[in-house]
Design a protein around this ligand. Structure first.
Ligand code: FES
Length: 115
């Protein structure tokens, strides 16, 4: 079961266990269940409000599930990742550290989520 550590400059770090069967739940949903105050608005990968920085705490370093098309577009439009970097990351199958919590599906790995 993955551990997700939520970290913010304004709040104490909190580590939660993503329960078995939660692999279809977004990081935002898990955060809300645990009353972790990540900002959000649309919950549909369109506004960018839920931007977080994700680091894998596993040695394998996969960094959660792949990006959705919506997530790619928002990250590029926010200037967090350039189009060229995004294309290279797709080729290398390596997601960027910046993700949208409402689109980010946890896999079986420990993550640090900074918000
Ligand atoms: S809440 Fe709008 S992109 Fe996640």
């Amino acid at each position: 079961m993955p551990n997700i550590t939520f970290s913010s400059p304004s709040y104490k770090d909190k580590t939660v266990y993503a329960v078995a069967g939660s692999h279809t739940e977004s990081v935002l949903k898990i955060a809300k269940e645990h009353k972790i105050p990540i900002d959000f608005s649309c919950e549909d990968g369109q506004c960018g409000t839920c931007l977080v920085k994700v680091t894998s705490l596993d040695k394998k370093g996969r960094m959660a599930g792949p990006l959705t098309d919506k997530e790619r577009e928002v990250l590029v439009s926010l200037g967090k990742v350039s189009r060229e970097e995004m294309e290279q990351m797709s080729v290398d199958d390596l997601p960027p550290p910046w993700r949208l919590a409402c689109q980010l599906i946890v896999r079986d790995e420990d993550l640090l989520v900074e918000y």
